[in-house]
Design a protein around this ligand. Structure first.
Ligand SMILES: O=P(O)(O)OC[C@H]1O[C@H](OP(=O)(O)OP(=O)(O)O)[C@H](O)[C@@H]1O
Ligand code: HPA
Length: 175
């Protein structure tokens, strides 16, 4: 097994936990217990798991669903296309949805997810990402952002390098 160089730590696990807790306090008044948290698979799992538990501590027991989208396919640049690998499971008609993802980069994935969720009948679509990369003209402005990330290739806390490193408890840069 070849060990790769450790990524440069950009945000520690302690700071991630603090930011998730703080974000849940901001989101809680904007949602109710009928809100469906829609986790974007695969990378959004780690943030969605932490955020839904922080929302519970903030007094919100949300429903949970997932939407599996893929656009990077082991590359470090977006393919420019977003493939739907698995659709929503739960009825969204008339319910508020909170789409949850690890990172907003070009905004293609979050924009596509918001459109799919709206088309599924959600009464309101809110979006939350842990990290937002800087773009002059993002395709979508998320409603909630935990951390403003630099324009670097990120790994950890759901973010992967060819499937690896999603389980790092911190976020680091690989470039
Ligand atoms: O704003 P964008 O440019 O669309 O990039 C963000 C998306 O890219 C990653 O997904 P990816 O397609 O790599 O699939 P993954 O969730 O399995 O990592 C990440 O999880 C976001 O969903
Ligand atoms: O910086 C990133 N790292 C991992 N996956 C990603 N998907 C979009 N941007 C990134």
């Amino acid at each position: 097994m070849t060990d790769r160089a450790a990524p440069e730590v950009l945000i520690s696990q302690e700071e991630i936990a603090e930011r998730v807790e703080a974000l849940a306090q901001v989101i809680a008044p904007r949602i109710d217990n009928d809100t469906v948290a829609v986790c974007l698979l695969t990378g959004g799992l780690w943030f969605a798991a932490d955020l839904t538990r922080a929302l519970w501590r903030a007094g919100r027991d949300v429903r949970f669903d997932a939407l599996w989208l893929a656009s990077y396919h082991d590359e470090r640049k977006s393919s420019g296309r977003c493939e739907v690998r698995a659709d929503l499971q739960r009825p969204l008609i008339g319910r508020r949805a909170l789409v949850v993802d690890d990172v907003l980069d070009t905004g293609l994935s979050l924009g596509e997810a918001a459109r799919l969720v709206k088309d599924a009948g959600a009464s309101e679509v809110l979006t939350a990402v842990f990290a937002r990369k800087p773009w002059d003209k993002p395709r979508i402005e998320p409603d909630f952002v935990a951390w403003e990330a630099p324009a670097r290739y990120l790994v950890g806390y759901g973010l992967d390098d060819e499937g690896k490193s999603r389980g790092l408890p911190y976020i680091g840069a690989m470039d």
